[in-house]
Design a protein around this ligand. Structure first.
Ligand code: TXA
Ligand code: MG
Length: 322
């Protein structure tokens, strides 16, 4: 699949929205950097983002929305968030809020966290795609893992050649650095997680109190997957299991052992498809984490492609907790 660079004509915008609606990826211009977008309600589409980026772990993604009204559908919205949105949206500010428990967003897009990062981009092409598709869009920067963020359509096509069908050409990004991220889960103590073109002084003028750039948290999020607060199951997790115990729940990958009878089983992917397993991972971990079982046993998953990120996440879930 060679990546087409398409001008944002009416016809191409329709084709782009159709790609998103059918669970495919789209290279999307925003005013900060180009994003690699997918329907944020579709676990499998989100899994494709991680696959295309070649990320060795599941870093939570920013959910792009049209406006504060749409943001409030997915988050525990509050007056401070509203004020920040009125001041800086659409624009290069990302707000981290608590996720609504009934939110239909993909768990994989949030790497299983109970929080969600939302942003209303200002670029007219991004706004048009959000409007026409009607979808919330999960979109990290459209670079391969470990590379710098793309600010031109041809950067995206080069980075993701063979992994992406289409990038909409929105010209050169006017901001050129990624959005400022502010954690407002607790409106009393907002925290800058990532500096950007919306400066602390600009934020302070709206918030009315000095803000801290948390060194600890900032470094924690720049290292992919190093988030302290990853979802961890209550039950102990056993990995590489070929012999599940009778009181364990088994997360199977491929054919489960015929001669063993765990208490219950959830299939990550019957056919051994890593994309499907990634899409099911956080749902199944949560579904399995019920009192009544001794623990969660997970069958071996190959350490290749998306399997690297899946295993990274599983190792975190299995790590002993303080
Ligand atoms: O300007 C931008 O923000 C661009 C454009 C495409 O919108 N996007 C971008 O995405 O920079 P990405 O994935 O490259 O960086 C997103 C950052 C990551 O460091 C991630 O850890 C953090 O946002 N993040 C996402 N959800 C989070 C959450 N719930 N809590 C804390 N950090 C979060
Ligand atoms: Mg990035």
């Amino acid at each position: 699949m060679s990546c087409k660079i398409m001008p944002p004509t009416e016809e191409n915008l329709r084709a782009a929205c159709h790609l998103l609606q059918s669970g495919e990826l789209l290279g999307l211009p925003t005013e900060t950097v180009y994003g690699l977008a997918a329907n944020a309600r579709d676990e499998r589409a989100v899994a494709k983002i991680y696959e295309a980026k070649g990320r060795p772990s599941f870093n939570p993604l920013i959910i792009h929305i049209r406006d504060a009204v749409q943001a409030a559908e997915y988050t525990v919205w509050h007056p401070l968030a509203q004020r920040l949105a009125e001041a800086f949206w659409p624009g290069p500010l990302t707000l981290v809020l608590k996720r609504r428990p009934e939110s239909p967003l993909s768990l994989l897009a949030m790497a299983g966290l109970d929080s969600v990062a939302v942003r209303a981009p200002a670029h007219p092409v991004a706004r048009e795609v959000l409007r026409q598709s009607g979808l919330p869009l999960a979109a990290p920067s459209a670079n391969r893992s470990g590379r710098i963020s793309p600010t031109r359509a041809h950067h995206v096509a080069e980075e993701l050649e063979g992994r992406l069908e289409m990038v909409l050409d929105g010209g050169a990004c006017t901001v050129g650095i990624e959005s400022t991220i502010v954690d407002v889960q607790n409106p009393e103590t907002p925290l800058i997680l990532r500096p950007g073109s919306i400066t602390p002084a600009m934020l302070e003028a709206v918030i009315g109190q000095p803000l801290e750039l948390s060194g600890k948290k900032a470094s924690a999020i720049t290292a992919p997957g190093q988030m302290e607060s990853h979802y961890a199951p209550h039950l102990p997790v056993r990995l590489q299991v070929t012999h599940p115990l009778p009181d364990e729940i088994l997360l199977a990958f491929g054919s489960p052992p015929a001669d063993r009878h765990p208490a219950a089983m959830l299939q990550l992917s019957e056919t051994g498809d890593l994309l499907e397993a990634a899409a099911n991972l956080f749902h199944h971990l949560r579904a399995a984490d019920r009192p009544g079982y001794r623990g969660i046993a997970v069958m071996p998953i190959p350490e290749e492609g998306l399997g690297i990120a899946i295993n990274d996440r599983l190792r975190r879930a299995a790590a002993p907790r303080p």
